[in-house]
Design a protein around this ligand. Structure first.
Ligand code: NOJ
Length: 500
């Protein structure tokens, strides 16, 4: 299956490439850069939301699920993009946002209009008084309550995120049917699948119990019971059946934003729920061999035969290089790790260039969730404005004069060429894209594992230490991140090995 073997590249459309000249990336801009993505060697692209939206949450507040915002170019631009991507062998995933809509979505406007509206039950309305919320759930971004009082109809509505993002009520069969229609609309148009936004939140305990005081401190999205409700699984089985009825290996990778792999794995069901589930537990792992060894062992133990995913960066989190203290050596070694572990890797646009988060001055902060830094625009060329027609909507990431596509494409020693070489090795090797994984004994600061398929083995060695580490006898480096020859692996470096 392509979605098990391939590598997926996340495009944050506003920050990728701008053709219209308004400083915000768009689909024509992306289409013009498909050549780059095919050259890089990824198998699929996932586009963060491109639908009409008031942009309170930069597209995750959808006002129409079956159209494309004029900002990004409209449906025709999407059809052209999809056709060109397919012609280049690139699959395309859209971002389906099932938990909530914009408060400007016609469904919500109608729902809000009156208590007896035919769409009242499409959202999660509750009785109460203005001074008494239905429960203690906090909203994301700012930590205010997850409930907003509607003066006109004198009820509360639930919004797990911003007040501009009311939660849909998946207990209402009409909502399920409407959201199925959304999926069919895009599947019929030819998309290869979806990334499903906070999909673990669609089922909710009808009792809506208070969250116990303690776990709230750990982040409301991870609270078992309130946001990991068993009813979600049945809903996901329905979605899976819809997708699997289509030809062509359509798929869904779900954002299951729970803290532990053991909580996430059940969302794959018995291969009858999500095809893949994001596992963000790796985002907090420190740069230490022992910590990574534990992490990989955990994923193997918990996932068993199920297929993991690996995510080191995305549009919600500080970039991996930023988290690693800015070191290019570490960012390179991390790229080797990401792309050679067992599972489907998700590469966030710019990770291949070793981008760091932009430093955003207070007057330019615009995201309510404080995530502007990792959403900085992609520099295409060395000279300002770096391949954009005008200065883009957010500040540049650090050192755009060298960390850009043009400069790194011209330099065979660049991080970009390294990532391309790893992707090539991965595509060519069944051990890497489909094989099993076994951790190996290795000297103290080295993480070593073997990937094996029927007639092939590969080994990954990552040296987390401050001293050189000797590579094992009997193995030759196919790719190494330190650019060296010989048997000594540099500190903060990795090597992909094959039998000599
Ligand atoms: C997760 C998305 O990745 C994030 O960007 C968004 O703000 C929330 N879900 C709400 O849709």
């Amino acid at each position: 299956m392509w979605w098990r073997e391939g590598a997926v590249y996340q495009v944050y459309p506003r920050s990728f490439a701008d053709a219209s000249g308004d400083g915000i990336g768009d689909l024509e801009g992306l289409r013009a850069r498909l050549e780059y993505l095919a050259w890089l060697g990824v198998d699929a692209i996932w586009l963060s939301p491109i639908f009409p939206s008031p942009m309170a949450d930069f597209g995750y507040d959808v006002a129409d699920f079956t159209d494309v915002d004029p900002l990004f170019g409209g449906l025709d631009a999407f059809d052209a993009l999809l056709a060109d991507a397919h012609a280049r062998g690139l699959r395309v995933l859209l971002d389906w946002v099932p938990n909530h809509t914009s408060d400007r979505h016609p469904w919500f406007l109608e729902s809000r209009a009156a208590r007896d509206s035919s769409k009242r039950n499409w959202y999660r309305w509750r009785d109460g008084t203005p001074d008494r919320r239905p429960n203690n759930w906090p909203a994301a971004f700012g930590g205010g309550p997850a409930w907003t009082w509607d003066e006109a109809t004198e009820q509360w509505y639930l919004h797990t995120f911003l007040p501009e993002q009311p939660d849909l009520n998946w207990d209402e069969p009409e909502v399920v049917a409407a959201m199925y229609d959304v999926l069919r609309f895009w599947l019929d148009r030819g998309v290869d699948g979806f990334r499903a936004d906070v999909v673990h939140l669609i089922g909710k305990d009808p009792e809506m119990p208070d969250i116990p005081a303690e776990p709230v401190a750990g982040g409301h999205l991870t609270v078992v019971g309130a946001h990991d409700y068993e009813g979600t699984h049945e809903l996901l089985r329905g979605v899976r059946a819809l997708l699997d009825a289509y030809p062509g290996q359509r798929m869904m990778v779900g954002e299951v934003n729970l803290t532990e792999t053991a909580l996430i794995a059940p969302y794959l069901g018995s291969d009858d729920e999500l095809h893949l589930a994001f596992d963000f537990a790796s985002l907090g792992v420190p740069w230490e061999a022992a910590a990574w060894r534990r992490r990989v062992a955990d994923v193997e133990d918990i996932m068993g035969p199920r297929w993991p995913t690996w995510v080191f960066s995305n549009h919600d989190q500080p970039r991996i290089r930023t988290r690693l203290g800015g070191s290019e050596a570490r960012a390179r070694a991390a790229a080797l790790l990401l792309l050679t572990l067992r599972g489907t890797p998700f590469l966030y646009a710019g990770e291949e260039l070793g981008l760091e988060d932009a430093v955003v001055p207070p007057e330019r902060v615009i995201d309510p969730g404080g995530r502007d830094g990792c959403r900085a625009p992609l520099p295409w060329t060395a000279a300002p404005p770096h391949g954009w027609p005008v200065e883009p909507w957010l500040p540049w990431p650090p050192e755009p004069g060298s960390r850009n596509v043009e400069a790194q494409r011209a330099d065979p020693g660049s991080m970009l060429h390294l990532v391309r070489a790893i992707l090539r090795a991965r595509r060519a090797s069944p051990a890497l894209h489909a094989g099993s994984l076994a951790l190996l004994d290795a000297p103290g600061e080295v993480l070593a594992f073997e990937r094996a398929a029927e007639r092939e083995t590969r080994r990954t060695w990552i040296n987390f230490g401050a001293d050189e580490a000797a590579l094992p006898a009997g193995w030759t480096a196919e790719v190494r991140t330190d650019g060296r020859d010989g048997r000594a692996l540099a500190p903060d470096a990795g090597a992909l090995l094959r039998p000599a």
